[in-house]
Design a protein around this ligand. Sequence first.
Ligand SMILES: *[C@@H]1O[C@H](CO)[C@@H](O)[C@H](O)[C@H]1NC(C)=O
Ligand SMILES: *[C@@H]1O[C@H](CO)[C@@H](O)[C@H](O)[C@H]1NC(C)=O
Ligand SMILES: *[C@@H]1O[C@H](CO)[C@@H](O)[C@H](O)[C@H]1NC(C)=O
Ligand SMILES: *[C@@H]1O[C@H](CO)[C@@H](O)[C@H](O)[C@H]1NC(C)=O
Ligand SMILES: *[C@@H]1O[C@H](CO)[C@@H](O)[C@H](O)[C@H]1NC(C)=O
Ligand SMILES: *[C@@H]1O[C@H](CO)[C@@H](O)[C@H](O)[C@H]1NC(C)=O
Ligand SMILES: *[C@@H]1O[C@H](CO)[C@@H](O)[C@H](O)[C@H]1NC(C)=O
Ligand SMILES: *[C@@H]1O[C@H](CO)[C@@H](O)[C@H](O)[C@H]1NC(C)=O
Ligand SMILES: *[C@@H]1O[C@H](CO)[C@@H](O)[C@H](O)[C@H]1NC(C)=O
Ligand SMILES: *[C@@H]1O[C@H](CO)[C@@H](O)[C@H](O)[C@H]1NC(C)=O
Ligand SMILES: *[C@@H]1O[C@H](CO)[C@@H](O)[C@H](O)[C@H]1NC(C)=O
Ligand SMILES: *[C@@H]1O[C@H](CO)[C@@H](O)[C@H](O)[C@H]1NC(C)=O
Ligand SMILES: [Zn+2]
Length: 337
Amino acid sequence: MPAERLSCAPLRAGHLRGVTAAALLLVAALAPTLPGASSTVEWCYQDSSCNDTVWATTPFGYCNGTRQSPVNIVTANVQPNASLTGFTFSGFSNHSIMSKISNNGHTVQMDLQAGSISVVGGGLPATYKALQFHLHWGNGSKAPGSEHTVDSKRYPMELHLVTIKTIYNNLSEALNDPEGLAAFGFFIEGENTTNLPASWAMLTSYLPNISYEGNTVNFSSSGLSMDDLLPGVNRTRYYRYLGSLTTPLCNEVVTWTVFQDPVNVSNNLIDLFSSSLYFTNVHNVTEKITDVYRNVQKLNNRVITTPGNPNKSASSRSVATPALLCFVLLVFLLLLQ
Ligand SMILES: *[C@@H]1O[C@H](CO)[C@@H](O)[C@H](O)[C@H]1NC(C)=O
Ligand SMILES: *[C@@H]1O[C@H](CO)[C@@H](O)[C@H](O)[C@H]1NC(C)=O
Ligand SMILES: *[C@@H]1O[C@H](CO)[C@@H](O)[C@H](O)[C@H]1NC(C)=O
Ligand SMILES: *[C@@H]1O[C@H](CO)[C@@H](O)[C@H](O)[C@H]1NC(C)=O
Ligand SMILES: *[C@@H]1O[C@H](CO)[C@@H](O)[C@H](O)[C@H]1NC(C)=O
Ligand SMILES: *[C@@H]1O[C@H](CO)[C@@H](O)[C@H](O)[C@H]1NC(C)=O
Ligand SMILES: *[C@@H]1O[C@H](CO)[C@@H](O)[C@H](O)[C@H]1NC(C)=O
Ligand SMILES: *[C@@H]1O[C@H](CO)[C@@H](O)[C@H](O)[C@H]1NC(C)=O
Ligand SMILES: *[C@@H]1O[C@H](CO)[C@@H](O)[C@H](O)[C@H]1NC(C)=O
Ligand SMILES: *[C@@H]1O[C@H](CO)[C@@H](O)[C@H](O)[C@H]1NC(C)=O
Ligand SMILES: *[C@@H]1O[C@H](CO)[C@@H](O)[C@H](O)[C@H]1NC(C)=O
Ligand SMILES: *[C@@H]1O[C@H](CO)[C@@H](O)[C@H](O)[C@H]1NC(C)=O
Ligand SMILES: [Zn+2]
């Protein structure tokens, strides 16, 4: 019956195209990759001589690699993976873990007390301990500056919690292991309120103390917990992929976890980051720290995954649904006759 060929042939052609694309990706993955030499060269976000458009040249290390971060997360292409179980977050409710906060000219970084918080589970290959968190932003709540994007949506800010395998003493050691680091990304969404939540009001109250590049102050020991900073994020809903540091040398040693739910923060607090912090630019001029994010990188042969049961959705997507569609079409056409 011609009707059957008409309705089901495109499905088969689609499958063949998928197979060809997969084969091509495999060939691409087998092509040799040469990591760049590592040396310390000044990089920046704001000037064409040192911004992310030139990071992919050898002085900036591995930025020209094939598993770079950040990426755009296309939710329709995210694959479920049953090995991505829940996490165990240790020390996240402890209010004495924040050590010092600094303006390093690229971002605001909070150093954490050594070994005070750790993360295990979530399909990670080991237990990881946190070193620091830092932030990425644009130019106020109206000019967003998250690094990862979701279906091309860029959030106003993104918080990165940086952790290393507990067996390592410091970041340099962890950089030699392709599974050495785990980074956790939390999106910050702006809301039309003032000074909320209180945890973010407290965090930003330190910004006037670190106005200029190189400023560092101790953070109050009776301060914040990680849980305080991350209200409203369901930490069982996340995206997982293998990537890199998002700043030079862009080492490809990072297992990324990006949480789906954003933290809602008042727009007036988001605005403080781009309005009250300064750095000294390549022309030795002091200017405001704005647009501190790297543009999204090619996914190449990587698949972004999420917790879930692959068998269930694979069968419903590639077998059950086309078969059912053909059957329904057949019945429909028979009824028409
Ligand atoms: C980075 O430099 C390129 C030119 O190399 C320029 O087109 C782009 O606007 C610059 N980006 C920023 C944020 O300055
Ligand atoms: C990046 O690497 C690719 C292949 O390894 C090369 O073709 C390309 O020119 C490199 N780009 C830069 C900016 O170095
Ligand atoms: C909280 O963290 C600090 C710093 O690491 C540690 O000394 C303290 O024992 C922790 N408190 C609890 C209840 O675990
Ligand atoms: C699923 O997650 C586990 C644990 O992270 C990983 O080892 C495995 O490669 C993943 N499978 C796929 C298909 O991504
Ligand atoms: C940031 O926004 C302010 C206005 O809110 C504007 O004056 C300034 O030029 C912007 N900076 C950049 C780098 O776009
Ligand atoms: C990292 O730790 C190792 C071993 O303790 C030490 O030799 C090295 O100097 C440390 N590196 C940095 C940058 O602190
Ligand atoms: C934010 O709130 C103010 C008053 O509270 C209102 O005038 C404004 O329209 C609101 N903006 C948005 C984007 O909702
Ligand atoms: C931050 O600055 C204020 C005002 O100058 C000062 O009173 C306060 O002690 C400073 N805090 C720290 C931790 O340095
Ligand atoms: C900051 O903390 C360090 C280590 O806890 C301490 O040695 C130093 O005196 C503190 N600085 C100030 C200004 O309180
Ligand atoms: C954050 O804001 C969104 C949009 O207004 C809302 O749907 C969500 O419930 C808020 N989250 C929390 C934890 O309040
Ligand atoms: C968190 O998300 C999971 C998966 O979507 C859901 O089953 C669970 O009920 C959520 N937890 C809360 C506290 O909302
Ligand atoms: C940068 O400016 C400062 C003060 O304006 C000056 O002392 C310093 O020598 C300058 N450095 C360079 C490299 O021009
Ligand atoms: Zn970051």
